[in-house]
Design a protein around this ligand. Structure first.
Ligand SMILES: Cc1cc2nc3c(=O)[nH]c(=O)nc-3n(C[C@H](O)[C@H](O)[C@H](O)COP(=O)(O)O)c2cc1C
Length: 151
């Protein structure tokens, strides 16, 4: 199965989580696309069969700049070919930001809903105020995702 990882990061933490996810998925036999500067055409050419988003939050609940062009292209086009595909989101944030905690991930969840993706697993929230090992923290959730995708 082909999995496209959409990643958004300001300082590189989410990028590390995304790279670790690529490793786990690849080890489990998936074909993975991970390119932090991917545009819609790159994702379409890959013909994904599942989506994983890994994004941090910046500003006041905003998506990182590197993910914005792709986010806008997907939102404007909403490719019908992706309807019904499995999708899941890992959101990085900091609970001390209050209401905007993991706001970037929330925006991607909404986008996935508009796309008609099936949320196969509840969004994982990684709080940088309590953990310094987000890659490891994401691993049990990723193992559950692998199970959900292979069912
Ligand atoms: C300027 C700035 C604004 C932030 N705004 C939010 C926010 O609104 N909500 C949130 O949950 N986290 C917020 N964060 C926390 C980051 O999302 C969190 O530290 C994350 O782990 C950073 O990942 P990155 O290195 O991939 O960018 C903010 C961090 C910074 C530096």
């Amino acid at each position: 199965m082909k999995v496209a990882i959409l990643s958004g990061s300001v300082y590189g933490t989410a990028e590390e989580v995304a790279r670790n996810a690529r490793q786990l998925l690849t080890d489990a036999g998936f074909e993975v696309l991970l390119n932090p500067r991917a545009r819609l055409a790159d994702i379409q050419a890959f013909a994904p069969e599942a989506f994983l988003a890994v994004t941090s939050t910046t500003g006041m609940g905003e998506l990182p700049d590197n993910l914005m062009p792709l986010y806008c292209e997907i939102r404007d086009l909403l490719p019908a070919a992706w309807r019904g595909l499995p999708g899941a989101v890992i959101a990085l944030g900091d609970e001390s930001y209050g209401d905007t905690f993991c706001g970037g991930g929330e925006q991607i969840r909404e986008l996935f809903a508009e796309l008609g993706l099936r949320e196969v697993q509840p969004m994982l929230r990684l709080d940088s105020s309590v953990t310094v090992t987000p890659e490891e923290d994401a691993e049990p959730w990723l193992q559950d995702l692998i199970k959900a995708l292979t069912q």
